[in-house]
Design a protein around this ligand. Sequence first.
Ligand code: UTP
Length: 300
Amino acid sequence: MSSPDTKAAKLIRKCVIPAAGLGTRFLPATKAVPKEMLPIVDTPTLQYIVEEAVAAGIEDVVVINGRGKSAIEDHFDIGFELETTMRARGKTAEADKLRAIANLVRIISVRQKEPLGLGHAVLCAKSVIGHEPFGVLLGDDMIDAEEPGIGQLARVYQQHQKAVIALMEVPDSETHLYGIAAGRDIGNGVIQIDHVVEKPKKGTAPSNLAVIGRYVLPPSIFPILEKQTTGVGGEIQLTDGLATLQKTEGLLGYKFQGQRYDAGDKVGYLKANIAYALKRPDLRGGLLEYMREVVKTEKP
Ligand code: UTP
């Protein structure tokens, strides 16, 4: 992934990646391993997301973790024994690749002791973020784009000096699964949001613009989240905090460019695996052959 304008994100030096959810939709795989560490082909979802942040010029990545914390920390650390063994076996290129992961960026690990909700997870980063705007990238939401998803939002933040969240059109039948935002189109894919609601009941959604897991937020979100009561699902919802922010300071949405995969959902996860495997010359031929066979033989 490369950014045509990484400078746009320079204003945003830090980001938060919440990865402390229970991942119940992926049990039993997530009993001991965080869902953000499940692989898309051969690389953990979380690594793609960290790479997106790095491509956008972000310098400090705060990962919010819960169970399975050591798998995340170990993945972004130097794997000394493994590397040494591989080098001794002449697998230098592979060992170099492992070292590159450890050198990607500064990762700061913060524990969310209880999975009290996404809003609470973001609040856990308060003292590390301090008094500057920051990005949020959900640890199970992938955006495959030429300009990194979070870099696109950073660019809009820089232009308008206002909190901005990623939006994507979804079918009316799916609006109850997302945070939904409505507002006025002010051009170039930017929406001046006047209403945002978490998982509206079927038939009550104010639009079909779903909130996707990328945000650029001002530090004023923290006192809002501190006062936030529990919302849908008994969790401290980030969307409820955004609704307050919209009323106090205003809130923008941005219809980002790129393909999004919900790797926290089984079908979304499988789609991401297929899409990323098809991009790999070593896998593409064999996979396509198998997929053609499946299409021919499987009944709908
Ligand atoms: P999800 O709602 O998709 O994650 O949160 P989950 O609760 O782990 O999923 P299921 O429904 O049980 O399978 C979106 C992101 O926010 C993080 C999750 O780890 C995920 O990356 N999250 C959620 C937290 O870090 N803390 C929380 O309390 C909740």
